[in-house]
Write a protein that binds this ligand. Structure first.
Ligand SMILES: [Fe+2]
Ligand SMILES: [Fe+2]
Length: 305
């Protein structure tokens, strides 16, 4: 089945992240979804400096993440998880399993994960009612976080969540808590220290080894289970935590033309991933039948994880 994905209609200017933080007011997304001026703790979104009970643990999280995410480490994890031998379960079962975890890297969220998945998906559904593939993408984009679960390896948070970044080339300064890369062995490796490192200019993001986390895992799961979701969906899932690229515009020299096209959808998706986090609860039982129908369409069989 081929899913035709039209160009997204963008209204990027009025949604500029910096403006939202600065002005601390509610904004309206493309189709009417209101961006709250502050997160559930009353702070700007993705504000890593604001004093809060989460700040110290978020910084400690990134210290570990930046020290231990090396090229070799990410390659090994990709091989291990890419075999899809951890479990067999449906998408919805996985959503429920994930529910026990809180993401330590996220300064905006202390709700169970399923709330975030449904809030993101429902906000997109409201504004883009015809893009059902994007609704399902939103529902599953964070499911790779099941790596935290004992039956999936009980991985530490630093190798599951948080912003991702390319390995095998220099760490860009726009990456949050960049200073901790000094302790990453790859920083001392002459092969990896240059702007391009082991990559050719415009090689395409598909060729790039990213730091290991839930983005890449869910991408491998979706692809390995032969989903009929369009390439833009897989791109959104795979790079949604790559903030250095989609927020700061770093590493664009690694992108090819196809990446440029799909990045437009990632910009659309990110607004909802980021700003739909709120204390507004979704009635799970009410929306469940809709998402089960999408799952049945795009993932007809039980998934191998
Ligand atoms: Fe995520
Ligand atoms: Fe998310």
């Amino acid at each position: 089945m081929t899913v035709i994905v039209p160009e997204p209609v963008l209204q990027v200017n009025k949604l500029d992240n910096e403006n939202v933080n600065e002005e601390q007011r509610d904004l309206e997304l493309d189709g009417g979804f209101i961006i709250p001026g502050s997160n559930a703790f009353g702070h700007s979104f993705r504000d890593y400096e604001k004093e809060s009970e989460r700040k110290a643990s978020v910084e400690e999280f990134y210290r570990n993440n930046h020290i231990y995410q090396t090229f070799e480490f990410a390659k090994k994890k990709k091989e291990e998880y890419g075999k899809l031998q951890k479990a067999e379960m449906s998408i919805w079962e996985c959503c429920e399993l994930l529910n026990e975890f809180v993401d330590e890297s996220d300064p905006d969220l202390d709700e169970p994960q399923i709330e975030h998945l449904l809030q993101t998906a429902e906000a997109i559904r409201k504004d883009y009612p015809d893009q059902e593939w994007l609704h399902l993408t939103a529902l599953i984009h964070d499911l790779g976080k099941v790596m935290l679960h004992p039956s999936f390896g009980a991985e530490p948070q630093w190798c599951v969540v948080g912003d991702t970044f390319p390995l095998g080339c220099a760490f860009n300064e726009s990456i949050v808590h960049h200073q901790h890369f000094n302790e990453n062995p790859d920083s001392q490796n002459p092969k990896f220290r240059t702007k391009l490192g082991i990559y050719a200019e415009n090689c395409g993001l598909d060729k790039v080894t990213m730091s290991w986390g839930h983005d890449e895992y869910m991408y491998l799961v979706a692809k390995g289970n032969n989903t009929t979701l369009p390439p833009a969906a897989l791109f959104v899932i795979r790079f949604h935590s790559f903030y250095a690229l989609h927020r700061s515009g770093a590493y664009t020299y690694l992108m090819n033309d196809e990446d440029e096209e799909m990045l437009k959808w990632l910009h659309v998706f990110n607004k909802y991933d980021l700003y739909s986090k709120s204390k507004v609860r979704i009635n799970q039982e009410e929306v469940k039948p809709y998402y089960l129908s999408l799952i049945a369409k795009y993932f007809p069989a039980k998934l191998r994880w």
